[in-house]
Each structure stands twice: as structure tokens, then as C-alpha cells.
Design a protein around this ligand. Structure first.
Ligand code: PLP
Length: 472
């Protein structure tokens, strides 16, 4: 057995970095959506693992031969599906450094710099978005990097249950029908999944009706749901407001939902996974309206803010219920710094014990682009989206079905549902662009989500020309 020597690592490392740089240079020439059929990738792989060591060159060859054809190219400038999953040079290199260091930051003592950089960068991020001061680490609150917005939703559920039950749920569990969670039908499915994982079950989730013109949650309906549960002896535990819901980008009235939640002793979590980062631009800070009343908040630099997956920033106004819900201290994790209460141990802020040094990539992104560069990226995406929306609005065959103040346009063909679906399938089949769909008021709608790292006006214009020519 031989490990890769530092000399070999240097050589192959350079090859890998070159490969990635070449990939970015050629990604535009690849079909955005993979043309792979089910089983194609596995069929190209040997049935059994190698008995003897193989040269690294063979792996690189198979990367091109087997893996690339099975990829949908999320970094393609004509990727307009779902929400963007931005990668960028500094983030990739920051992630590589984190891999190279290979430290676990579960406790402050297991790598003090990993914890302290994370706390510091999340305070920077709070400032960059102009989030309420109660989320900064200087007070009872603070931020942590979660794997994803889904994990953020899960820990929000757990912290809410801890607070509303006075700490009872950690020991007694969550009896069916005892607690309820509220969110709109537009909210991402991760909230329902969090209810399942937490043991509340999907039945504990109440769907707040939305206003048809904005797709935002109706506070009056939340008030009615809360009152009905109270009357039935069910305890409201959590309300989740969306700022930039997945389907149409809807923005809930956070302050109204928060006031209602608090009247009933429930926690208010804000899921701003996609849209929240846009608050780097001062003119978009209306996205933060009502956050001063939120108990927790998350947004994903790994979507629209140039930071490779995984990087969800999650803030709490008060860290005590979160830590109360998640902290278990076995003897083997005891240490003087933790016992003295002088440090943050992020293992108590999420589900896993071990944690990667993810703050490095966010640090690298913030330092490389500066606040100015981050604002420019967001503003460029928003401007391109408004241009695209203008083209759609000026074509009678199309209709826009939801407000589009940021970087998502939802639209359909007036010719009907089948024509709308057929248009999506046809343009995606060309390999020249990729967009996805949702349902608005029961009918399919296409989602043009603009904000990939490499997208320029010419890509958006070409996408519109293809859509317009294919619509017939
Ligand atoms: N919340 C919203 C509003 C989303 O759009 C998404 C994903 O698109 C999620 C949550 C889940 O994100 P993650 O992949 O970080 O769990």
C-alpha cells in the first residue's frame, strides 16, 4: 500500500485544477441537461472494485469518459432550472483547503480557528445583509453554517419544540396530535420533511392559504388555524415564513406571521434559502422586513451567492433553546474550554457531531468579491431577469403568473397546460438551455431562474429566442 506522496499530490493536484479550469472554459459547449438514460453510468463502470491500485490517470480518463456524459451542468451559463447552485473559483479553492486540512470543528477545542472563523464570518454575513443585530454572536443569538436549508428547518423545529414544551420533548418525545407547525402551500417541502424527521409527522403540518395575486401566506388564515388548534388542545410550536418561496419566489408577510406566532407562544422561522442573500444590495433590503421579530432565519450562499454547496447560514435570536434541544454531553467530549462555558461548540447547533470547515469557502468568497462584487452579482441577475420578463410580457402568447421582483420569472403559454409542458420539454431537449416547472393555481408554469455564476445577457437572450421560436 502506498499513500499519494506530496510530490504526486502536487502533480495530480495541478492536473485536477487544470481539469476544472478547462471544464469552466468548455462547459458552455456541453448539453445543459444530461442525455444519460437510467443505468448508463453504472453500465460503464466495472462491476467490482479493483483488487490492486490503479493510476490516478485512469480515474481522470473515466471522469471524461463515464462521468461527464452523465452530468447535468449546473454551472452552465444557460442553466435556468430550480434555483442556481453557484460555484466560483474562490469557493472551490476554499473548499479544497478545507479538504486538505481535514479538521473536524465539532468542538471549539478540536480546532479553535474553525469555530472562531465561522462565528466571525457569520457576523460579517449578518452585517453584509444588514440582518437584525439580535442574530449577531455578541448577544444571546448567533449564526452557524448548516449543511442545507432543510437542516435549518429541522433544527428550527427541534428548538421550537424545546421552547414550547419547556424542554420536555427531548425526553418525552412528541405524542401524535400534540403539536402543530404552520406554513404556506408555497413553502419548500423541507418543512414537511422536518416535521417527519422530528417525529411530529406530516399530519402536524397546517397549510396556510395564499393570496392568489402574490402567492404569499394570508395572516388571517394563520390566525384561524392557530385558534382552531388552541381550541382543540393542540399546541402551536412553529410558524415558517418563506422569503422567496421555491415555486414562484413568493414573499410572506413576516412581521404579521411573527406577531401571530408569538401571540400563541410559537417560534417563527424564516426560510429565505434562495432570496435572502439578495439583501447584500441595499435596495433589496425589503427582503428583511419583519426579521426583527423572527426567532430564526436561514439563507443559502450555496444557491445564489457564489459559494459552492454546502453552505446554509442559519441564525437564531436566542441560542439557548437550540442548544437545549441538541446538546448531549458524553464524557468523551468533555473538555476544559467547554466546561468553562467560554467557547461555542457548534456540535450543539446541528444534528451531526462532525463538521467540515465550511467557513473557509465563505470567507474566501467574501474576501475575493468584497461586498461590492457580491452586490454586483445579485444586481446583474435581477437586471437580466427584468429584461427577460419584459420580453415575455410583450409576447401575447405568454402570460406571467406571479410577481418577479428578484431573479425568477414564472410564466406559461396561454395555449394551455399541454402546450406549456411541451414547450419546456422541447427547449430542454435541445441541450441549449434548461428550465424547470412548478404549479401555480393548479396549472403548470415554467420557472426561469437566472443567476448562475457564468450567465451573461447573451445567454438569457438566446434562451428567450429559443422559447419564442419553439412556442410556435
Ligand atoms: N427552502 C427554499 C425556499 C428552497 O428553494 C430550497 C431549495 O431549493 C430549500 C429550502 C431546500 O434547500 P437545501 O437544498 O439547502 O435543503
Amino acid at each position: 500500500m502506498t499513500h499519494m506522496t506530496p510530490e504526486e499530490f502536487r502533480r495530480y493536484g495541478r492536473e485536477v485544477v487544470d481539469w476544472i479550469a478547462d471544464y469552466y472554459e468548455r462547459v458552455e459547449s456541453l448539453p445543459v441537461l444530461s442525455r444519460s438514460r437510467p443505468g448508463d453510468t453504472r453500465m460503464a463502470l466495472p462491476a467490482h472494485p479493483p483488487e490492486t491500485a490503479e493510476p490516478f490517470e485512469d480515474l481522470m480518463r473515466d471522469l471524461d469518459r463515464v462521468i461527464v456524459p452523465g452530468l447535468t451542468h449546473w454551472q452552465h451559463p444557460s442553466f435556468f432550472g430550480f434555483f442556481p447552485a453557484n460555484a466560483s473559483g474562490p469557493a472551490i479553492l476554499g473548499d479544497l483547503l478545507a479538504s486538505g486540512l481535514g479538521v473536524q470543528g465539532m468542538l471549539w477545542t478540536t480546532s479553535p480557528a474553525a469555530t472562531e472563523l465561522e462565528t466571525h464570518v457569520l457576523d460579517w454575513f449578518c452585517e453584509l445583509l444588514d440582518l437584525p443585530g439580535r442574530f449577531a454572536s455578541s448577544g444571546p443569538g448567533g449564526g452557524v453554517i448548516q449543511h442545507s436549508a432543510s437542516d435549518a428547518a429541522l433544527v428550527a423545529v427541534l428548538a421550537a419544540l424545546h421552547r414550547v414544551s419547556g424542554g420536555a420533548t427531548e425526553h418525552a418525545g412528541v405524542a401524535a396530535g400534540r403539536y402543530a407547525v404552520y406554513t404556506s402551500g408555497q413553502t419548500h417541502s423541507s418543512v414537511e420533511k422536518a416535521c417527519r424527521v422530528a417525529g411530529l409527522g406530516s399530519d402536524a403540518l397546517r397549510k396556510i392559504e395564499v393570496d392568489p395575486s402574490t402567492q404569499a401566506a394570508r395572516p388571517q388564515h394563520l390566525a384561524a388555524l392557530l385558534a382552531a388548534d388552541r381550541a382543540a388542545g393542540i399546541t402551536p410550536a412553529l410558524v415558517v415564513a418563506s422569503v422567496g418561496a421555491t415555486g414562484t419566489g413568493a414573499v410572506d408577510p413576516v412581521a404579521d406571521l411573527a406577531r401571530l406566532a408569538h401571540e400563541h407562544g410559537a417560534w417563527l422561522h424564516v426560510d429565505a434559502a434562495w432570496a435572502g442573500v439578495a439583501a447584500v444590495a441595499p435596495e433589496l433590503r425589503w427582503l428583511n422586513d419583519g426579521l426583527e421579530l423572527a426567532d430564526s432565519y436561514c439563507t443559502n450562499p450555496h444557491k445564489w451567492l457564489l459559494t459552492n454547496f454546502d453552505c446554509d447560514v442559519f441564525y437564531v435570536a436566542d441560542r439557548a433553546p437550540l442548544i437545549g434541544a441538541l446538546s448531549i454531553l458524553p464524557e468523551y467530549l468533555r473538555n476544559a474550554a467547554s466546561d468553562a462555558g467560554a467557547v461555542i461548540d457548534y456540535r450543539d447547533w446541528h444534528v451531526p457531531l462532525g463538521r467540515r470547515f465550511r467557513a473557509l469557502k465563505l470567507w474566501a468568497v467574501i474576501r475575493w468579491y468584497g461586498a461590492e462584487g457580491l452586490r454586483e452579482h445579485i444586481r446583474r441577475s435581477v437586471a437580466l431577469t427584468q429584461r427577460f420578463a419584459g420580453w415575455v410580457a410583450s409576447d401575447d402568447r405568454f402570460e406571467i403568473v406571479a410577481p418577479h421582483p428578484l431573479a425568477l420569472v414564472t410564466f406559461r403559454l396561454r395555449a394551455g397546460d399541454d402546450a406549456t409542458r411541451a414547450l419546456m420539454d422541447a427547449v430542454n431537449a435541445t441541450g441549449r438551455m434548461y428550465l424547470t416547472h412548478t404549479t401555480v393555481d393548479g396549472a403548470p408554469a415554467l420557472r426561469m431562474s437566472i443567476g448562475a455564476t457564468l450567465t451573461e445577457e447573451r445567454h438569457v437572450r438566446a434562451a428567450w429566442e429559443l422559447l419564442a421560436a419553439t412556442a410556435g
